[in-house]
Design a protein around this ligand. Structure first.
Ligand SMILES: *[C@@H]1O[C@H](CO)[C@@H](O)[C@H](O)[C@H]1NC(C)=O
Ligand SMILES: *[C@@H]1O[C@H](CO)[C@@H](O)[C@H](O)[C@H]1NC(C)=O
Ligand SMILES: *[C@@H]1O[C@H](CO)[C@@H](O)[C@H](O)[C@H]1NC(C)=O
Length: 484
């Protein structure tokens, strides 16, 4: 009897200690366990914040293996999609301290330019708003993963968080705000995944929330290309949506809404030049006269090339500019004045909308070189096909192992013969000014003499005469689904 009560006592005490120690290591504000819980927090709620898009993207790039582990379709340590190692050293500390050797935190969502633009690999639906909004609210949201690398390139996700930076104008510092940091349950991620396959009429039954069908229709018009996203926004924002749409009935915001249907893209022609593709231009703008203008990147004022859209809601224009990462199309008003009547063409007027910056075809992340701690990526520079090798720093014997290895450039998936090639060990180290250093990887690049065009592919061949260990998806030849 006595023994029993001591055990009970110890049990309670044990729980007490656990609870205490949890409280002392973490100031997390509880767990979000369903989509409904996202309604009650600040994360991603006001335009142009991108948090809900980030979370939607993450939920659809994480999967449950058959052993109950959550795994990733990408490698955060290689900085895929702009993931960054996060030290959790802000003051106050937003996340629990990790026991030694028990994984790392990686943070995703900073869209502001650093030298390397891995974040550009995120699909348009995540970045688009950010190119077209000004002001302090954008770029605050982040998702953070706590992961363990089980074996090379295989990550197990232990925890997922959503968080946000303190407002930029406050005197609260620059770190993440612990009061707005929440643990995300795997159930919530699974619920977001399921939105891609269920209909709007199932929502009240499955998630126990009502959605406003008019708001959903508006959201579908804009985000309909991305399965499940409009539903997520409709559920999470349903309380605030009304208030928001009342507040924003001014002419300028209404215009803004149909601007969100505009799509501006950079592609590659088969002679190694940038090609501008546009679609979804509202009639209101076509009637006024608009033009597409190519810029070096989002921060550049200089115009590399331009063309009138000629009254076409969708179309394309082949520029004379070689494709480079960062290129951006902007839609501007076309202004006709005395200059035009003299035959010198129209001038570029007020800017209306910006496309996302060009990354690489299909926004590819590197492909694994099978059996080695290395990976291969195809990219374009000055219109030429280039390849990048990511070699894990712990793979110190790589030069010996890859002594007879080479990377070939092929004009299409179907061809057996390469157009040009280079030894892997002759690739040059990508300089730090081009690329912010990645702690766990060395990066080597090679710029070939081959003109980049749709279909081009790079392959990694282990031996002089065979043993293919990696091939990249062909340039601009993948069927895009999510990223549209
Ligand atoms: C793009 O440029 C605009 C205006 O200069 C800026 O407000 C915005 O933050 C930039 N976006 C990105 C993703 O760099
Ligand atoms: C533009 O480039 C595309 C892709 O290379 C090509 O199919 C098309 O014929 C080109 N258009 C013109 C007008 O040159
Ligand atoms: C491979 O190693 C041999 C001898 O160690 C060397 O002569 C040769 O140049 C190396 N190959 C390459 C591509 O560097």
């Amino acid at each position: 009897m006595l023994m029993k009560s001591t055990m009970v006592g110890r049990g309670i005490l044990g729980c007490f200690i656990v609870c205490l120690s949890l409280a002392s290591v973490s100031s997390i504000k509880g767990t979000l366990s369903s989509i409904k819980d996202l309604k009650g927090i600040e994360f991603g709620h006001t335009s142009p914040r991108h948090g809900l898009m980030l979370l939607h993207w993450l939920a659809n790039n994480i999967y449950n293996d058959n052993n109950g582990n959550m795994r990733l379709n990408f490698n955060p340590a290689r900085r895929d999609y702009g993931f960054h190692f996060y030290r959790n050293a802000d003051n106050p500390r937003p996340l629990p301290i990790l026991p030694h050797q028990r994984g790392s935190y990686y943070s995703l969502g900073n869209l502001v330019h650093n030298n390397n633009n891995d974040a550009l690999a995120l699909p348009d639906y995540v970045t688009q708003r950010f190119y077209n909004s000004r002001g302090p609210e954008s770029n605050r949201d982040r998702v953070i993963l706590r992961v363990r690398e089980e074996e090379s390139n295989q990550f197990i996700v232990d925890e997922v968080y959503v968080t946000q930076h303190y407002p930029r104008n406050g005197n609260t510092g620059t770190g993440y705000d612990p009061d707005n940091t929440h643990l995300v349950s795997f159930n919530l991620l699974t619920q977001i995944q399921r939105l891609t396959t269920i209909g709007r009429n199932d929502i009240p039954r499955i998630y126990n929330v009502e959605i406003n069908h008019n708001s959903l229709q508006e959201l579908e018009n804009i985000w309909g290309h991305t399965p499940g996203l409009a539903l997520l926004l409709a559920i999470v924002l349903s309380f605030t949506f009304r208030a928001q749409s009342c507040r924003v009935t001014s002419q300028s915001t209404l215009k803004h809404e149909d601007n969100a249907l505009i799509k501006l893209e950079v592609k590659t022609t088969d002679i190694g030049k940038a090609r501008i593709i546009w679609s979804g231009i509202p009639k209101r703008l076509l009637d006024q006269g608009v033009m597409v203008v190519l810029h070096r990147n989002n921060n550049s004022k200089s115009k590399l090339d331009r063309s009138s859209v000629g009254g076409q809601a969708s179309g394309s224009y082949n520029t004379s500019v070689p494709p480079n990462p960062g290129l951006q199309v902007r839609l501007c008003k076309e202004v006709n004045n005395w200059w035009t009547y003299l035959g010198f063409g129209s001038t570029i007027g007020e800017e209306i909308w910006r496309g996302s910056e060009f990354h690489n075809a299909n926004r590819e992340i590197p492909v694994d070189i099978i059996g080695y701690d290395a990976s291969l990526q195809l990219f374009v520079k000055d219109g030429k096909a280039c390849a990048r090798l990511y070699v894990k720093k712990s793979f110190t014997a790589w030069k010996k192992m890859f002594n007879n290895s080479w990377v070939g450039f092929y004009s299409s998936e179907g061809t057996l013969d390469h157009k040009t090639w280079q030894w892997a060990v002759k690739f040059s180290e990508e300089s730090c000014s081009d690329l912010e250093e990645i702690p766990e990887y060395d990066v080597y690049v090679y710029k070939s003499s081959m003109t980049m065009s749709p279909g081009v592919q790079a392959r990694f061949i282990l031996e002089k005469s065979g043993g293919e260990k990696a091939r990249t998806p062909p340039w601009e030849r993948l069927v895009q689904s999510q990223s549209l």
